[in-house]
Design a binder for this molecule. Structure first.
Ligand code: BG6
Length: 513
């Protein structure tokens, strides 16, 4: 059977899902928690759904001293924890295709050993030399790893029938200069078509649904512009703090951790122009165009349009929690932001003058991610004495998580002899309609990479333009000022409310479908 036959899509009424062809997946940094939390459950689910073929193996590579058997014991334990209902034969089958190679990322000899191991596994699992290298290591090792793979002859050319693809986890740089340098290191040995930069928000079903909703329904797109939309609110709130990631977070802060990537990508899905087709580069061209249209801010505007906050001690779900500066390992005078709110404008014909308010934070009251499209008010009220300002605008809420769904608020006449208006919601949730919530984003990412589909991955120009937009903000924050404090368990500092209040608006209560 050749590759073309293996890539036959499975067709349902409205769906098309590709089945990956044979390949070997090598995970660098295989002893990290991303593997147990995200990658193993996703790979196992893909196998269970028949989307990864039997001609597949997983090779972990890291410094920790494991042998195949001890690595397999960990994999078994992780699968038991994530998927307690899993069939034991399926677990045994999956585990049998897992291997481990201890190695030092900087040692040439270890890459020679890797090459030998891959040759042996490729033949045992009939994977035709197709390799997917997953870099789940700290970013400063990315350049080193791909250079060493290249020197070991493990990176094929894009025209070679045996493909090489490299998946890169974020953070991808910490500003424009470092992201560009990192990218150059990758692109010295890899073609752009071989690089898969992850932003897992792009792979969330509900984020992809933004495009389906807009471009597979005729009713919304005519309204999707400055004539009908008053403003847009994007909220990505988390109730967790920084967990075990103090070292990383003290370096990064929330603008780098969430805003430069997840929030801007969601914004692009809401606001981009229709792509010519759903091909990777057509979609990515439009995302980049959208980012290019975001208004650059002068240094004075930065303070008016970006608000940063840092949580102080407070309560989450009735339990007291520490403030950021009291967390173990955090400097007592740390200025790292744990909250960011911004007002952005998109200078093009569709959106000119429509504010996009974005906010994200740690230790907010609950975990909720949503996009709210707030439509304009009716121009004139025929329901005197009610004025048009008193008639509530329609709001379309796309709930990304945790209760994935869509809701549209409408004004209706409430029953009875008097003319009374009420607001009702027309809504659906994925759980009600499909009986379950959408699969984890990592399933989509891993499968798409195996299929060679880059639509949901970040292209280098996309990454450059988002960093160029935000690097001045980071520089201004490094140079002066402090984040505004907010008690844990609240919706951020009052300054974030002021951002909207000075435009005569207010944040919606996020999570109320
Ligand atoms: C990661 C961030 O990219 O996304 C984390 O580094 C954050 O800080 C996480 O908690 C949120 O992802 P999700 O899918 O749980 O919303």
């Amino acid at each position: 059977m050749d590759d073309a036959q293996l890539y036959q899509p499975v067709r349902g009424d409205f769906c098309e899902e590709g089945i990956a062809g044979p390949c070997g997946l090598v995970i660098f940094g295989a002893s990290g928690d991303l593997v147990s939390r995200k990658l193993l459950p996703a790979l196992f689910a893909l196998r269970a759904r028949g989307l990864i073929p039997p001609d597949f193996y997983l090779l972990g590579f890291a410094r920790s001293p494991f042998a195949d058997e001890s690595f397999r014991a960990n994999v078994r334990e992780d699968l038991r924890a994530c998927c307690p209902q899993a069939d034991s034969a399926a677990v045994a089958d999956f585990v049998a295709a897992c291997y481990y190679l201890q190695g030092d990322y900087a040692r040439t000899a270890d890459y020679a050993a890797l090459r030998g191991r891959l040759t042996e596994l490729d033949s045992r699992h009939r994977t035709r030399g197709h390799h997917l290298f997953y870099l789940a290591t700290p970013p400063h090792l990315f350049g080193q790893v791909v250079r060493s793979l290249h020197q070991a002859g493990l990176i094929t050319s894009p025209s070679d029938p045996a493909w090489t693809r490299v998946l890169v986890e974020k953070p991808f740089g910490r500003d424009l200069a470092s992201a560009t340098a990192l990218d150059q290191a990758l692109r010295q040995v890899l073609d752009e078509s071989q690089i898969y930069r992850i932003d897992h928000y792009l792979a969330k079903d509900t984020v992809q649904n933004l495009l389906v909703f807009r471009f597979a329904n005729a009713v919304f797109e005519p309204l999707w512009n400055r004539r009908f939309i008053d403003h847009v609110q994007i909220t990505v709130a988390e109730s967790i703090g920084i967990e075990e990631r103090v070292g990383y977070f003290e370096q990064a802060g929330l603008l780098r951790d969430m805003f430069q990537n997840h929030l801007l990508q969601v914004l692009a899905m809401v606001a981009m122009e229709p792509p010519l087709s759903f091909e990777a580069d057509k979609v990515r061209d439009e995302r980049v165009r959208l980012f290019q249209a975001i208004r650059r801010l002068s240094p004075e505007d930065l303070d008016r349009c970006f608000v940063r906050g840092q949580y102080t001690a407070g309560e989450i779900d009735g339990r007291p929690v520490l403030g950021y500066r009291q967390e173990a390992g955090v400097a007592p005078d740390s200025r790292r932001e744990t909250f960011v709110a911004a007002r952005l404008f998109i200078d093009n014909w569709r959106w000119y003058g429509v504010p996009f308010y974005l906010r994200t934070g740690k230790r907010l009251p609950r975990r909720v991610s949503e996009v709210a499209i707030v439509f304009r008010q009716v121009p004139y009220s025929v329901f005197a004495p009610l004025t048009s300002a008193e008639l509530r605008p329609n709001v379309l809420v796309m709930n990304v998580q945790p209760e994935e769904g869509v809701s549209l608020s409408l004004q209706i006449k409430s029953p009875g002899p008097h003319l009374c208006l009420a607001t009702v919601n027309m809504d659906f949730t994925y759980r009600e309609v499909f009986g379950h919530q959408p699969p984890d984003a990592y399933q989509r990412l891993l499968l798409d990479c195996m299929l060679g589909d880059q639509t949901l991955f970040v292209r280098h120009d996309d990454m450059e333009v988002t960093w160029s937009l935000l690097t001045p903000v980071l520089e201004a924050w490094e140079a002066r000022g402090e984040p505004f404090p907010y008690p844990a368990g609240t919706w951020g500092p009052p300054e974030a409310d002021r951002l909207l209040a000075e435009d005569g608006r207010a944040w919606r209560l996020a999570g109320s479908l």
